[in-house]
Design a binder for this molecule. Structure first.
Ligand code: MTE
Length: 297
């Protein structure tokens, strides 16, 4: 559902954003919020400040501390860059970022990012539906899942010199999840190019799943037959499942998922309730109608 941005955006931010977008020459933009979160007075419908979005990050390739990505990704070179789409397809393709910018114009989508650690931010992303890119290839009958691979570059990424995770960072979706119109590839935020610490030049964003599903700095997208084992599943399958849909009723083995801390609201502000599928229940619940969501976390 598209809504008037003034409903949820502080006016100053809204005006600044229009300015950014005008500068970039983006013709039309839309704020995208699932109807699910309206009517509930959640603080987390306010846009998170740019400074928080770009200094409080998870990006283990640059270190495990929240401020490591902004500190240690400053010199990361992400140009030239290309993405290969391969696997169970008739003909694999490779597209440069220039091709991608030309083929898939950006639109603005305001989504909440809910991290599995129990915090959230509301971010005005710039991007385009992943399905547009996937439709450039023809999968064969074996294809059931999509596997995403981030870049492997230990010279530029100090965290990759240590076996913290199974590098390169890997993630996966079922094909229907990947084709869902809410699933986007992100190339910017707040009307600007995507900062290195947020996954420049291109990252995934699946708003109804915990943030770790949204892999950064993607170089390869493969159609595959078997459920991909993500880096986090490999690290701790009990804690990080393949589906990882946001679900306030299923706790992480080490903490509750019922509530979340809204980043930027101050340490004293109360935690707010976490919403089923992060507020996108109406849009995505049908994808899981035959599954016991307590089992498939
Ligand atoms: N992608 C890669 N390649 N490496 C990572 O460590 N962290 C994930 C996800 N994507 C991560 C990643 C996690 S845990 C979260 S919560 C989000 O990125 C954080 O995105 P942000 O830093 O833009 O808020």
């Amino acid at each position: 559902m598209k809504v008037s941005s003034s409903l949820i955006t502080p006016e100053k931010v809204f005006k600044n954003r229009r300015k950014f977008i005008k500068q970039l020459g983006i013709a039309s933009s839309s704020l995208y919020f699932s109807s699910g979160i309206f009517g509930k007075s959640l603080a987390s419908t306010n846009l998170t400040d740019y400074d928080y979005i770009t200094t409080y990050n998870n990006y283990y390739e640059f270190g495990t501390g929240k401020s490591d990505p902004s500190k240690y990704s400053k010199d990361f070179i992400s140009d030239p860059w290309s993405i290969t789409i391969d696997g169970e397809v008739d003909k694999k393709i490779t597209l440069s970022m220039e091709d991608i910018y030309k083929l898939f114009p950006s639109e603005e989508r305001v989504y909440r990012l809910r991290c599995v650690e129990g915090w959230s931010m509301v971010i005005p992303w710039l991007g385009f539906p992943l399905n547009k890119l996937l439709n450039k290839v023809t999968p064969n009958s074996k294809a059931k899942y999509i596997k995403f691979e981030s870049i492997l570059d230990p010279e530029q990424m100090r965290g990759q010199r240590y076996p913290i995770l199974n590098w390169p960072y890997k993630e996966g979706l079922r094909i229907d999840e990947a084709m869902h119109p809410l699933t986007i590839l992100v190339t910017g935020l707040y009307g600007k190019a995507l900062p290195n610490q947020n996954g420049s030049p291109i990252r995934l964003m699946v708003p109804w799943k915990y943030g770790f599903k949204s892999a950064k700095a993607i170089v390869r997208i493969s159609f595959v037959e078997k459920m991909p084992i993500s880096s986090w599943m490999k690290a701790s399958p009990r804690e990080y499942g393949f589906y990882s849909n946001v679900n306030p009723n299923v706790d992480h083995p080490r903490w509750s998922q019922a509530t979340e801390r809204v980043i930027g609201e101050g340490v004293l502000s109360p935690r707010v309730p976490t919403l089923m599928f992060n507020g996108y229940e109406k849009d995505v619940a049908h994808l899981y109608k035959d599954m016991d969501l307590r089992k498939y976390y």
